[in-house]
Design a binder for this molecule. Structure first.
Ligand code: HEC
Length: 131
């Protein structure tokens, strides 16, 4: 009986652990991206009237980015499903000039975003850039 119960618990754990892990891996704009943009970008990109013409505080960031044409290139700022064609990501990686863009790598005058942050933004875009 004891042996049977522990086998059942083990099977239950094997079913549940991957489900928990994949939920934790999924990137959420509100939880993972908006706070980062607010901390690193919104001081310059506040009202949308500044250079770059985009507002990146939490109330405006999604609408300023997703399916919005870049003012510096012929790309969308964020093209859902396509990180390589999303000017936002190129601008953060410093690959924007190769894509016909202009200006400097973002954040301007700051330390580039680390690999973890870039990977989060990449997988958010690849996964459809949901709000
Ligand atoms: C110190 C001020 C400053 C900070 C901080 C800053 N930016 Fe910028 N951003 C600018 C300026 C100025 C431009 C226009 C000139 C240029 O591209 O170099 C710009 C342009 C852009 C553009 C191009 C917009 C378009 O439509 O083509 C994007 C995208 C962008 N910034 C994203 C960001 C992100 C994301 C962050 C934070 C990780 C950030 N910026 C932080 C000043 C800043």
């Amino acid at each position: 009986m004891i042996r049977y119960r522990s086998t059942a618990l083990l099977l239950l754990a094997l079913v549940l652990i991957p489900a928990v892990a994949s939920a934790a891996d999924e990137v959420s704009f509100a939880r993972d991206i908006a706070p980062l943009l607010n901390a690193r970008c919104a001081s310059c990109h506040l009202t949308g009237q500044e250079d770059g013409n985009l507002a990146l505080h939490p109330g405006a960031a999604w609408a300023s980015l997703v399916n919005v044409p870049s003012v510096e290139s012929s790309l969308m700022r964020v093209k859902p499903g396509s990180p390589k064609e999303s000017y936002l990501l190129l601008k953060l990686e410093g690959n924007h000039l190769d894509a016909g863009g202009t200006g400097r790598q973002m954040p301007l005058d700051g330390t580039p975003l680390d690999a973890t942050a870039l990977e989060r933004i990449r997988s958010w875009i690849a996964g459809g850039a949901a709000k």
